[in-house]
Design a protein around this ligand. Structure first.
Ligand code: HH2
Length: 289
């Protein structure tokens, strides 16, 4: 049992990622042809690597690489196809930078190949339920694992999401998953309520409002609201025009106790957080102008 109830930091790529002083930013890199907001933009490895380098320069703390879209209705692809998409990108980033890399996958084969190529943590939207090999892979490599909550699967999750009490049900799910990971020896666990994964607009809002209750789980909290469809439902804007709403949701999540934000727009998110901390009398980032 390696898991400690410490939410102020976790080890990553030989360093300690400090979560106490500020919210950390995970930059999204979708190397897919069909992701909901940026599908096809970074499908070519050279373009994807360049985008990762740009996000690092803009202040990303982690790059989260995904080779399979999980947008509602998305069809699953084979592990071989997913590996072919992500591996050249992981290798390319690793040859240029020491930025921590997270691999967004539900498949043990993809996770194993990615960790061997230089990835540092796992992001599993099925919370280790899709592929039993994921647990073994996480334990053997002793890497941090993001456990995300999802009702159903990407193919069917938005058909009829239903909960009696969404917050209590997601919390109960995490109590079981965190205990399971502790008994199995997963080194570090991070939980994520899974905004948009088998949830209506009201479910997403209820979860965001209740984030402080999730910190009682004693593990770091990751939240991904970037450009998601509930923002479109509330503002009437398409994915490419949801930056303002994304930033508002991210700053709110941060103030509600999130430790990590999974975002497409790293520069703008960092700027918003810099302002938040300066206004609150904390760290003032002083860029030479
Ligand atoms: N959201 C998406 C994918 N992976 N992982 C975690 N932990 N949390 C999230 O909220 C989350 C996630 C969906 O967003 P995106 O990657 O932009 O789109 P797509 O799944 O279509 O590639």
């Amino acid at each position: 049992m390696h898991q400690t109830a410490d939410i102020s930091s976790f080890p990553l790529r030989g360093n300690t990622l400090d979560l106490a002083s500020r919210c950390r930013v995970m930059g999204i890199l979708n190397v897919t042809p069909d992701s909901f907001s940026d599908g096809g933009r970074y499908a070519d490895p050279a373009t994807a690597i360049a985008h990762a380098m740009r996000m690092e320069a803009e202040g990303a703390d982690i790059i989260d690489i995904g080779g399979e879209s999980t947008r509602p209705g998305a069809r699953s692809i084979s592990a071989a196809e997913e590996i072919a998409r992500v591996l050249p990108v992981i290798t390319g980033i690793r040859s240029r930078s020491e930025i921590p890399i997270s691999i967004d996958t539900q498949k043990a084969e993809v996770a194993e190949a990615s960790l061997n190529a230089g990835a540092d943590m796992l992001n599993d939207i099925s919370a280790l339920r899709h592929d039993s090999g994921m647990l073994d892979c996480a334990v053997r490599h002793a890497v941090p694992v993001v456990l995300m909550h999802m009702q159903g699967s990407p193919e069917n999750m938005q058909e009829a999401p239903h909960y009696t009490d969404v917050v209590e049900e997601v919390l109960t799910f995490f109590r079981e998953r965190v205990a399971f990971c502790r008994t199995k020896g997963v080194a570090h666990v991070i939980v994520d309520p899974g905004i948009g994964f088998g949830k209506t607009v009201e479910h997403n809002l209820a979860l965001l409002r209740a984030l402080p209750r999730f910190t009682a789980l004693g593990v770091p909290l990751l939240v991904g609201t970037s450009r998601k469809s509930f923002l479109g439902a509330i503002t009437g804007l398409p994915a490419e025009q949801r930056l303002g709403a994304s930033i508002a949701a991210q700053v709110y999540a941060c103030r509600q106790g999130a430790h990590l934000l999974r975002v497409h727009d790293v520069r703008e998110t960092r700027a918003a957080l810099d302002l938040l901390y300066a206004l609150e009398g904390g760290e003032v980032t002083n860029h030479a102008f």
